[in-house]
Write a protein of this length. Structure first.
Length: 393
């Protein structure tokens, strides 16, 4: 077995793990990053695309936002469509001039991997973590297999950034870890298409046939979503059916415009909310999807993960520079307060925009929420501030 010693072992090379490794490097804190997938998979994995104002600033401040600023699309509003009507929410106007940036999560990952490799930081792909041990001691360790070789990484601390089904979750005893979950009665069918976006801002639509979201990743790539039944499969959705349904759900009294193009990626994602508590156990700290999942309706997943990293970096900096453990002790409570706020907002957006096929009462409540969001400046202001910059409010 090959053994490596470091200060912080990071499990997972998604946005959270990679940004944590980068920020710790800037603080002079040694770290090792382990990822069970290969580099190609990680860099091509299509996920979130909306970056909050404060999180975009964070990426820029730590030297990871140069390409984001150059290629990302800055947006100042969103559209809500329902009952064949268009209602624009002027987010920046209602949120003190703050805007959000459309820039794909996989692009953030590419930028962070490039930084990591340029700095010479240890980054192990194809490293499957088999166990995390001794987290209640001062020398916890991670066991993994990498290229057929057993690898043990001993550290002062371990950061679990490996998602809700990763080894980090399993390392916390079941009588300690509390898991709160809500599963929604619908899924999202998402496509990435080589087609110029037909809109300058994101469109969220509630149609009697289901939810729809029109977004983009670049001036030549459109990212679109349809709400579907939870038991639907990709085989049931031909290209023609997808484009036809998008046109129907995005229609207004003025018509509908959807630019078609080759579909280069597609998938169906179940909608769920998950929070686990605590986010710390001994010297193991959970961040990102390992600690919480939000439905993507509120555009909070990656933003929440990177906000966790900001808190954890500051706590580790205080420990190594002053031997001050107060921020480490407060990590879970500090993060969870923000996490629950993000869960509430994501739940609000999800329940407002997805028609209930079997509940007329719930559909009436949804229309009431939409009217309030689009007709009340006070309600639109709350929505705007949460959408644009919840993680630094």
């Amino acid at each position: 077995m090959r053994e490596v010693r470091t200060q912080v072992a990071i499990v997972g090379a998604g946005p959270a793990g990679l940004l944590l490794g980068h920020m710790l490097h800037l603080e002079g804190i040694d770290n090792v990053v382990l990822e069970h997938r290969n580099r190609e998979y990680v860099e091509k994995r299509v996920r979130a695309g909306v970056i909050e104002f404060g999180i975009a600033n964070l990426l820029e401040e730590v030297g990871a936002g140069e390409r984001m600023r150059r290629e990302g699309l800055v947006h100042h509003g969103i559209e809500l469509r329902y009952d064949n009507q268009v209602h624009r929410i002027p987010l920046s106007e209602l949120a003190d001039g703050r805007a959000y940036t459309v820039y794909g999560q996989q692009e953030v990952v590419k930028d962070l991997i490039d930084l990591r490799l340029a700095q010479g930081g240890p980054l192990y792909f194809d490293a499957e973590v088999t166990s995390i041990e001794d987290v209640n001691t001062k020398t916890p360790y991670v066991d993994a297999t990498n290229a057929g070789e057993a690898l043990r990484v001993r550290a002062d601390f371990i950061a679990g950034c490996d998602g809700s089904f990763g080894a980090s979750n399993r390392a916390i005893p079941s009588d300690v870890l509390r898991r709160y979950e809500r599963v929604y009665p619908f899924s999202w069918l998402g496509i990435l298409a080589e087609a110029p976006p037909a809109t300058e801002e994101l469109i969220y639509g509630r149609h009697e046939e289901g939810f729809v979201l029109y977004s983009m990743r670049s001036p030549t790539l459109s990212r679109l979503y349809l709400g579907v039944r939870p038991d639907d499969t990709l085989e049931q959705w031909s290209d023609d059916r997808i484009w036809s349904e998008l046109a129907v759900r995005l229609s207004t009294d003025e018509g509908s415009k959807v630019n078609r193009g080759p579909i280069i990626d597609r998938g169906i994602t179940a909608m769920r909310s998950i929070v686990v508590e605590p986010m710390r156990y001994g010297r193991l700290f959970l961040a990102g999807d390992a600690a919480h999942i939000v439905p993507p309706t509120g555009a909070k997943g990656m933003n929440l993960a990177l906000a966790d990293v900001r808190v954890l970096t500051e706590a580790l900096r205080a420990f190594y520079s002053k031997r001050d453990e107060r921020l480490l002790d407060a990590y879970s409570a500090t993060c969870l307060e923000r996490v629950w706020r993000a869960e509430e907002f994501s739940n609000y957006m999800t329940q407002m925009l997805h028609p209930n096929y079997d509940d007329g009462f719930e559909n009436g409540v949804q229309h009431a929420r939409l009217r309030q969001a689009t007709q009340s400046r006070e309600a639109a202001t709350v929505l705007s501030r949460n959408y644009v910059d919840l993680n630094t409010l």
